[in-house]
Design a protein around this ligand. Structure first.
Ligand SMILES: [Zn+2]
Ligand SMILES: [Zn+2]
Length: 246
């Protein structure tokens, strides 16, 4: 498996990166994990959009799904789409949410996407074995474990501290974990992880490597990394345009 970070800025696009979008490739199959605002521009520097085989949206917050709108524009008007629909996996309500993001009148996006509503469970996307669990977040959100060729990647999506996410990540080669919250008092529960909590999840799950991601532009990324490393040394910051062999 190969992971390319298309966007890693937390909660909103930042000056150095779009919002959440990760390209996972295995045996010529290309899966996008999230398509947050700003990501479609950067995606075109990495992969022809017509080569995207499937899209997985962890949840329907803007920083994880809004660039489905330019993806639709590209498919409808670039003249470069081969006309096949793209499987899209997302929490229930995605079809309406994404259609409205594209056009105020809504309408159908069935000409571009084959939408499947997801829950917690197991299935396959192309050559990838998929397992999902519900995370701790104000809206329905699913962390995902991808396995292929004996390797495994777990992406938290957005979550507060979660024993289910730890179990999902058990023994994974790479944990791509959000760390949006700075370590300050008074932040709400059930929303995001701090850097230290991301490290604690990696340590508890016994993963091989932690990639810290989803750090907002207004949060000190180096401090988030240092906090993660203090409890899990094999931690690094996910970098925009970074490529990671898993
Ligand atoms: Zn987010
Ligand atoms: Zn969110």
């Amino acid at each position: 498996m190969r992971l390319t970070v298309v966007g890693c800025s937390g909660s909103a696009p930042g000056p150095a990166s779009p919002a959440s979008c990760y390209l996972v490739e295995h045996e010529e199959f290309a899966l996008l994990l999230d398509l947050g605002n700003g990501a479609f521009g950067a995606l075109q520097g990495v992969l022809d959009p017509g080569m995207v085989d499937a899209v997985y949206l962890s949840h329907l917050h803007a920083d994880h799904c809004l660039d489905v709108a330019p993806f639709i524009v590209w498919h409808r008007y670039s003249g470069r789409s081969d006309g096949r629909t793209v499987p899209l996996y997302a929490p229930v309500g995605a079809d309406r949410r994404l259609a409205t993001a594209y056009d105020p009148d809504g309408g159908s996006i069935d000409d571009v996407f084959g939408v499947t509503a997801i829950g917690a469970g197991r299935w396959t996307i192309g050559p990838l074995a998929v397992t999902t669990v519900r995370t701790q977040h104000p809206v329905e959100c699913y962390a995902v474990r991808l396995e292929a060729g004996g390797r495994s990647l777990v992406y938290t999506g957005d979550t507060g501290p979660s024993a289910d996410v730890v179990e999902l990540a058990r023994g994974a080669d790479v944990l791509l974990a959000e760390a949006a919250h700075p370590d300050v008092p008074g932040l709400p529960d059930g929303l995001h992880l701090t850097g230290r909590q991301a490290g604690e999840h990696a340590a508890a799950a016994g993963v091989g490597r932690l990639l810290v991601t989803h750090v907002p532009a207004w949060v000190d990324a180096d401090a988030q990394l240092a906090a993660a490393r203090a409890v899990f040394p094999a931690s690094e910051l996910a970098r925009h345009a970074g490529v990671y062999d898993i």
